[in-house]
Design a protein around this ligand. Structure first.
Ligand code: C5P
Length: 302
């Protein structure tokens, strides 16, 4: 996350993420799944601009995407409402959200927007909430939101091992930025549907395999990527492929390319590869468009 003051308020760049691993450990009493995941933030951003409103209005204008709600179905509005409820205040804000990160993609766009709204709202209204307090509110908004909160007031999250239902965040500094290509098929996948499909397939016998988060963190910290392919994994990939058959073609296509490693991000439907260079990522993005796998982008991780 990058935040800067503007003459009117605050501007925030809210990054996307991919999951280098996502290992499910069991279903919880509350219906969520206990998991362990390694998240990596990307230099691929939505933009939020917040300014003070004279009254208590919360107004959201969305551009850059169709079908993104501008009412309290949007996590940005819910984040600002949650801030006001926590502090018992009724101050207002006008928010402009420019979407670039696709929805229903497993790239954390909505969660990142929510984290950006929490951080910017805290400053806009001079609430003085601590990072720990913001983290607690973040967890009520969604499992991924806390990952996107800045670890240090000057820097946003870059990489972390997340546990619990995803809200317990242990950040680590990646040694280098990774070249990444992301492909998003036209069909999106609702997170809850992919988890439900996973549960249906694993109801009888649930045998979690150990997550390799520490090994992945070590590989990233040292910048040695060759063993990454053997460590990456996403337990939601099978259930997502069953719901979105187009992904099978994308996966098969990546199998034939000399990238470092590739898999589904989060609950999909975005699929990504760690590439050998930014140039390779750009070439693969072009190829993906030519083969009509979906929209595609090349970028570096944060
Ligand atoms: O927390 P969030 O609102 O992002 O989760 C969306 C849905 O994904 C949940 O309602 C739940 O069905 C599923 N989920 C889960 N276990 C997690 C995270 C999400 O089952 N750890």
């Amino acid at each position: 996350m990058k935040i800067e003051r503007t003459p009117w308020g605050w501007k925030v760049l809210a990054p996307a993420k991919v999951n280098l691993s996502l290992c499910l450990k069991g279903r919880r009493e509350d219906g969520y799944h206990e998991l362990e995941t390694v998240m990596l933030a990307l230099r691929f951003y939505d933009e939020l601009q917040l300014e003070l409103a004279d009254d208590s209005v919360l107004e959201l204008t969305v551009s850059g995407a169709e079908n993104v709600p501008n009412d309290d179905r949007n996590l940005v509005v819910r984040a600002l409402q949650a801030l006001r409820a926590a502090m018992g205040c009724s101050r207002g804000a006008r928010v402009r959200l420019t979407k670039r990160i696709p929805s229903q993609a497993g790239l954390g766009g909505g969660s990142s927007d929510a984290a950006a709204a929490l951080v910017a709202g805290n400053r806009l209204w001079s609430l003085g909430l601590s990072p720990a307090q913001l983290s607690t509110i973040a967890a009520t908004l969604g499992s991924d939101v806390a990952f996107f909160l800045p670890v240090d007031p000057r820097y946003g999250a870059r990489a972390a091992v997340c546990t619990g239902r995803g809200e317990r965040v242990a950040p680590f500094p990646p040694g280098r930025s990774l070249p990444i290509v992301v492909v998003k098929p036209a069909v999106g996948l609702p997170t809850s549907a992919v988890y439900a499909n996973y549960s249906a397939a694993n109801n009888v016998q649930f045998v979690p395999t150990p997550a390799k988060s520490a090994e992945i963190a070590q590989v990233l910290c040292r910048g040695l990527l060759n063993s990454l392919g053997a460590l990456m994994r996403n337990d939601l990939q099978g259930p997502a492929l069953a719901l979105c058959p187009e992904l099978a073609e994308v996966k098969a296509g990546f199998d034939r390319l000399p990238v470092v490693a590739h898999q589904l991000s989060g609950s999909g439907s975005a699929y990504f590869a760690v590439c050998r260079s930014l140039l390779q990522a750009q070439q693969v993005a072009k190829l993906a468009r030519k083969r009509r796998w979906g929209e595609s982008w090349a970028m570096l991780s944060c």
